[in-house]
Design a protein around this ligand. Sequence first.
Ligand SMILES: *Cc1c(COP(=O)(O)O)cnc(C)c1O
Ligand SMILES: [Zn+2]
Length: 422
Amino acid sequence: MTLLDDAPSVAPSPADRLKCRNCGATYPLGPQHACYECFGPLEIGYDDAALAAVSRAQIEAGPANIWRYAALLPAGQDPAVRVTLNPGGTPLVRADRLAAELGMRTLWVKDDSANPTHSFKDRVVSVALTAARELGFGRVACASTGNLANSVAAHAARAGVPSVVFIPADLEPGKIVTTAVYGGTLVAVDGSYDDVNRLCSELLETDDFEDTAFVNVNVRPYYAEGSKTLGYEVAEQLGWRLPAQVVVPMASGSLLTKIDKAFGELVDTGLVEGAPCAVYGAQSAGCNPISAAFAAGHDAVRPVKPTGIAKSLNIGNPADGPYALDVVRRTGGAIADATDDEIRAGIALLASTTGIFAETAGGVTVAVLRKLLDAGLLDPAAETVLFNTGEGLKTLDAVADRVGPTYTISPSLRSAREAGLR
Ligand SMILES: *Cc1c(COP(=O)(O)O)cnc(C)c1O
Ligand SMILES: [Zn+2]
């Protein structure tokens, strides 16, 4: 050690390349999302030895948020550069009453509505915006089905970075207000999410957007890695072991594949004992391209035009669909989809048995869990984790006409009695 060594040392990121999920071609780390050889999607590759060096004790000594897993992530090793509202550390709730209702033995709800902007998207955005800063971008942007919009606008506001958020114009008011309030530029596009996403890819090719990190386009490989922290957290909260089954909502399918990736890394590095976990996927009937491909036994996912109330999951052309199918088939899971009425019933069932008020995506996941059990595709006796990824207050309209006061009375004993209140 010399006298010049007094700057705090920051461990290098364990990420060492981008690799094509389709053909395996590799590229240097950077803002690139598609393979030049085959146009396949790129993901972050890691130095296996660097991952294997990470210990439980090192993680446990970290902060009570996603950054305790920094040594397993492609950005944010230096706390000073993180762009973050410090998401993560959300409750893993033992759901005995819901389990009893469904005839299951051990069921947990990972409640990721308990994040700074009330969805799991804070995890991916924190990693993506940190990567964008490390890569030198001056502005951030995204195409969103709602929750991503909230999170990008909020994180950009915290960091003082300009943001441009693109959404379909017909989003729930509860997601438009909760984005616009943070300032930044909000662009409502008269079209579907898939139209919005295509527009973003086109804008990215123009000089005007050269200096812009689109979190789910050019820095998507970094963004996607943020979802791994949900998998790490569940394993750590269970005492460093994996559940036997997980049920995950799917829009693009990215979250599902990254929970599986996280579990695989934990097993490979010896952080958990190697027990396989079956991964189940949930979609809505109004937007079920991955579920339909699963049911038909297809490898390719045919795009659909999304309809229905689960707007946060309404991606008709899911980028990670084929990879989600691979994960589900490899792990022995299954996929199903739920109608709007089943989604509403799912929200009500979760709320009345756990005290957790989920947005429509949570209703989808609960409804699909029930369907998978009814179909005999999911083992009621095996320990299961259900992921609630978003907050009910953002999609009040979904249940507003199905719930309300039990009695409406005047403030008098007589009125109470007359109404039948005992
Ligand atoms: C974005 C989102 C998902 C799923 O996202 P993927 O594109 O599949 O990674 C799930 N739930 C909610 C509430 C979301 O906002
Ligand atoms: Zn390729």
